[in-house]
Design a protein around this ligand. Structure first.
Ligand code: PLP
Length: 398
């Protein structure tokens, strides 16, 4: 492993986080990707095409929705939802995959690979690859292929090949390792579509740029529909991409308080959870330095959440910097709080939210109560909950 960014030439850093902790054989591909993304985002033809794809392939702009009955029940600030659940394929992940496929095409990479945990990023990659006519292979932990067989079927129907990964805990962490191995072996022909603001530079920057459409849209929509910026913005944090996407729209507005919500798991003392920012320590995983769940010997600890998409022991480096600087406050919500928020949104608004953003809804309701009438709370509703109905039915005994 080389640690080029840790030495004299600190590229791709978020403060002391980020970097490129990867095998030498990937350095050229990362450099090429960095050059291409910078030239693409400065190229009006690329930006016009991306804008067009956002409308027809993603379904943007997504609505900003005032949750009136939920607001009335909580009895405080108005609760607004940025409806990424309305994006095609049902979550924000498609914002990233369509952009990366467009970039892969520009780079002449004829094959894409991806990792997936619960399957949502795999589905979003498979859908974008089908649109572009690009062969797609997805690495998924064998344990996850059993838990999320529905998404395995969706990926196959969309034309992707799914490789179950039987190493380690047979979950997302191992799927990323396997995807990185494939990339090393096939780097000339292949682009690796990473699924969150994680991995070596330039991925955290690239994915954040592609997801920032959420925040830029939401900021303009708040000004238009609410007449002012929100007092607080709240998003769930797994790897951290939907959160960075909405946060980027408000980081330069000092009057807007920003909250990331991690998964506390069952909430029992000593039980596994996914609060890497809140309870982890800095370390290196998947090519970059960031807060990380690890034991005393630096071994990565298994993560847990009722929300499959939050089940990751690391977090993007930009979040680590935002925590240290104090610009973003990191909170957590446990499994049962998320399930209660899911039920509240379902019964009050007719929306089945994914369990991941249900964590953000739980803390958003508290903030609305604390801030009181006259204030506005904006929650990123990162995806829809159809994928989670079996889990919730089990949790509440339906
Ligand atoms: C994957 C997923 C997440 C977690 O990923 P981030 O990179 O933290 O956004 C959150 N919500 C939904 C709906 C997801 O599918």
């Amino acid at each position: 492993m080389t640690m080029s960014a840790a030495g004299a030439e600190p590229i791709g850093r978020f403060g002391e986080y980020g970097g490129q902790f990867v095998p030498e054989s990937l350095m050229a591909a990362l450099a090429e990707l960095d050059r291409e993304r910078l030239s693409a985002f400065a190229d009006s033809t690329f930006l016009t095409e991306l804008d067009h794809l956002r409308r027809i392939v993603i379904g943007r702009p997504t609505p900003l929705y005032l949750a009136q009955r939920l607001t009335a029940e909580v009895g405080g600030a108005r609760i607004w939802l940025k409806r990424e659940d309305a994006a095609f394929t049902g979550a924000h992940k498609i914002n990233n995959t369509v952009g990366q496929l467009l970039l892969a095409q520009r780079m002449g990479k004829m094959r894409v690979i991806a990792e997936t945990g619960a399957g949502m990023h795999g589905v979003a990659t498979a859908a974008a690859a089908a649109y572009f006519g690009t062969p797609c292979e997805v690495y998924m932990g064998a344990e996850d292929t059993r838990r999320q067989s529905h998404n395995v079927a969706r990926m196959k129907m969309l034309g992707a090949q799914v490789h179950p990964v039987s190493t380690g805990t047979q979950t997302l962490k191992d799927a990323i390792n396997e995807a990185l191995r494939d990339w090393v072996a096939n780097v000339e022909s292949t682009h690796y579509v990473i699924g969150s603001v994680v991995g070596p530079h330039p991925f955290p920057q690239l994915v954040g740029d592609l997801q920032s459409v959420i925040g830029h849209e939401a900021r303009a929509q708040m000004l238009q529909q609410a007449g002012s910026l929100p007092d607080a913005v709240v998003a769930c944090v797994g790897g951290g991409s939907n959160a960075i996407g909405i946060f980027r729209g408000f980081l330069d507005d000092p009057g807007v308080a920003i909250y990331g919500v991690e998964a506390a798991g069952s909430g029992e003392a000593g039980a596994p959870h996914s609060a890497a920012v809140g309870l982890g320590r800095p370390g290196v995983l998947h090519g970059s330095r960031s807060y990380l769940l690890q034991d005393g010997d630096g071994q990565v600890l298994p993560a847990h959440s009722v929300a499959p998409g939050l089940d990751y022991p690391g977090v993007g480096p930009e979040h680590s910097m935002l925590k240290d600087s104090g610009r973003v406050a990191y909170l957590s919500a446990n499994d049962s709080e998320a399930v209660s928020a899911f039920q509240a949104l379902a019964s009050r608004e007719g929306i089945l939210p994914a369990l991941e953003p249900s964590h953000a809804v739980a803390r958003g309701m508290d903030l609305a109560r604390d801030l009181g009438e006259g204030a506005d709370v904006l929650v990123c509703l990162s995806g829809r909950g159809d994928k989670d109905v079996d889990i919730v039915a089990r949790e509440v005994g339906l």
